[in-house]
Design a protein around this ligand. Structure first.
Ligand SMILES: [Zn+2]
Length: 491
């Protein structure tokens, strides 16, 4: 199954690489000096998983001009793909202006039918405009960030790997920040964790009052299972406050930590995780945010009240479907953003250093709890490599660039003292998956039954004949498809 999907994305990407004119000169990679590995063309490696690349890269050599060609090809591929959708957005804007001008010209004398048709036309165009906008500003850059990170990894990992090995050999790795992993639970990552309890509790109350938190998932067995995994990690971490963990009824693939031990896992994350080590890896990362008091540090920069105000504004736009909110509403529908992301960006802030620190500590906590330490990386890898991974984009957008994250995580994994038999899978995880299936099916049915366009102002309009993007469609397909005329897509 996994292999199949890798192949699909490989096909999608090769199409992209072949069809875009700027990429037509395929970089021919030099044959490796390592005899066992028969080397593929450089761009073929960009479809492999990060974990495969960690193993493969040290055995491969590429010449600098091929690397440069590939980098240029990615750059022009991204630019042409982005500008295609920017152009679409501009055209839609013009069409909206024209329709508005028609309305104005018609004035009070305009008959009901042509007025209705114009309203529908504007409504549909606004949707398409939002779609094109989200694609060019979010989804496409994200897809290319991922490819660039893999190219960087091929070029830079072999040297990094050598340095990591040297640090292990001479013992200097013990001196890194938080290198005292044998003292987990007895060291202090940040003083004053207890001060965060009230802050976290207040945040939860306010979020609920503002209607910003999705409802709790009602299935007790699933809640209990996730709590047991989180408790196991928390007991083997530096957390000094009680842990409250809640699974939310939301399809977003995300988890977030409010201060003081208030952790939230969204249903989408449970759907995407393949094994308990992956889930534990993500939970450990979130627990690390609390042990290091990242949100407390970030919140000092802005008053909590003003942050809540911002988040509430965003939510209000989404719920009322105001014109300003259409883009965001659309994005939410497709999983480009989710509430977890809004919270992370607006309330908790995003700091590259804090994310890297949470990755490092999270790996340590997973290790100390007896989990397979690669769980976090494997989950990340899956999200980045999966066909249609756009749906998991909220996880990425709240986190720092791919390359450094993957390399730093791999380094920390290599620094962990060896332990035999780390937990990867458990019967309880598989049981949870069984319980989750009907819950997901029910939630999806409910979503489908809901009037899908909260923002519909004009009733009785035929939807646009063709949308810019189908949920689940790989971004690469969008970029490789023949440019279609935007004119005439709406009647
Ligand atoms: Zn994080």
């Amino acid at each position: 199954m996994k292999e199949l999907c890798r192949k699909c994305i490989a096909v999608g990407l090769s199409l992209l690489l072949v069809l875009l004119p700027e990429i037509s000169t395929q970089a021919q990679a030099q044959l490796s000096t390592a005899p066992q590995v028969s080397q593929l063309p450089l761009h073929d490696y960009l479809q492999k998983s990060y974990l495969d690349l960690f193993t493969l890269a040290p055995k491969l050599t590429f010449n600098a001009s091929d690397v440069e060609k590939e980098r240029q090809a990615l750059k022009s591929g991204e630019n042409s793909c982005k500008s295609r959708f920017k152009d679409h957005a501009k055209l839609y804007e013009k069409q909206i202006d024209a329709a508005r001008a028609d309305l104005k010209r018609g004035g009070a004398q305009l008959a009901d039918q042509p007025r209705h048709e114009l309203h529908c036309r504007i409504q549909n165009l606004e949707l398409l405009h939002s779609e094109a906008d989200v694609l060019s500003s979010q989804a496409i850059p994200n897809a290319y960030d991922n490819l660039n990170a893999k190219l960087d990894l091929l070029v830079r990992w072999p040297e990094q790997y050598g340095r990591i090995q040297a640090a292990i050999d001479d013992g200097s790795y013990h001196n890194r920040r938080w290198g005292d992993v044998k003292d987990i639970g007895f060291r202090e990552i940040a003083a004053g964790q207890r001060d965060d309890i009230k802050r976290g509790k207040d945040a939860v109350t306010e979020l609920k009052a503002a209607g910003l938190l999705p409802p709790e998932l009602e299935n007790k067995a699933i809640q209990q299972y996730v709590k047991s995994v989180a408790d196991r990690v928390a007991q083997h971490s530096d957390l000094k406050v009680p842990l409250h963990i809640t699974v939310l009824q939301s399809k977003e693939i995300n988890a977030f930590a409010l201060p003081g031990g208030y952790l939230y896992v969204e249903r989408g994350l449970l759907e995407e995780a393949d094994d308990e080590a992956q889930l534990a890896g993500v939970i450990a990362h979130e627990i690390a945010h609390d042990t290091a008091r990242h949100s407390a540090k970030l919140m000092k920069r802005a008053s909590i009240a003003s942050l809540f105000y911002q988040a509430a504004q965003v939510a209000a736009m989404v719920l009322t479907g105001g014109v300003a909110g259409i883009g965001l509403y659309y994005a939410l529908q497709y999983g480009f953003y989710g509430l977890g992301m809004v919270l992370s960006l607006k309330l908790l802030g995003v700091s590259r250093d804090y994310e890297l620190e949470a990755d490092q500590l999270g790996i340590q906590y997973a290790w100390n709890s007896g989990y397979d330490t690669s769980g976090f990386t494997r989950f990340f890898d899956k999200m980045a490599t999966k066909v249609g991974y756009v749906n998991g984009v909220s996880w990425f957008r709240t986190h720092p660039p791919f390359y450094q994250r993957m390399v730093d995580a791999q380094r920390e994994i290599m620094f962990m003292p060896k332990k035999e038999g780390g937990t990867v899978q458990t019967p309880e995880f598989l049981e949870m998956k069984k319980n989750l299936a009907p819950v997901t099916a029910e939630a999806e049915k409910e979503e489908a039954d809901k009037p899908s366009l909260l923002l519909t102002k004009e009733e009785g309009c035929a939807p646009p004949k063709k949308l810019e993007y189908k949920p689940g469609q790989p971004i690469e397909q969008l970029c490789s498809a023949e440019p279609r005329s935007v004119e005439g897509t709406i009647k």
